[in-house]
Write a new protein. Sequence first.
Length: 111
Amino acid sequence: MSEPIAYADAWRRVMRAAGWRCQCRGECGNPHKSGQGRCPHEHDRPARKRGGPVRLIAAPADPTVTGLAAARLAREHLRAWCPPCRDGARRTANRAARGRPEAAQRDLFGL
């Protein structure tokens, strides 16, 4: 079984809690109908008939968290993600956030 070199203990705990399966439930934009609403990708298993093995990552449940904030999160705030779902969830969340003004901006022109 493959696993990361750094933070392997935290990664293993997240993977065990997830049953070694991606925990995306459509946040990536894919309804995952073949997995009954949850992504069917499992760690070290092929994604498709001819695809290579999927390598799950432990990443923040909130896809907008980045950088140092993500590194400081406790295990309870991490989820198992396959790379396509993680990228899709981040894109979807960032797209939604672009349309919302920040609180400081909203109050700037309040009457």
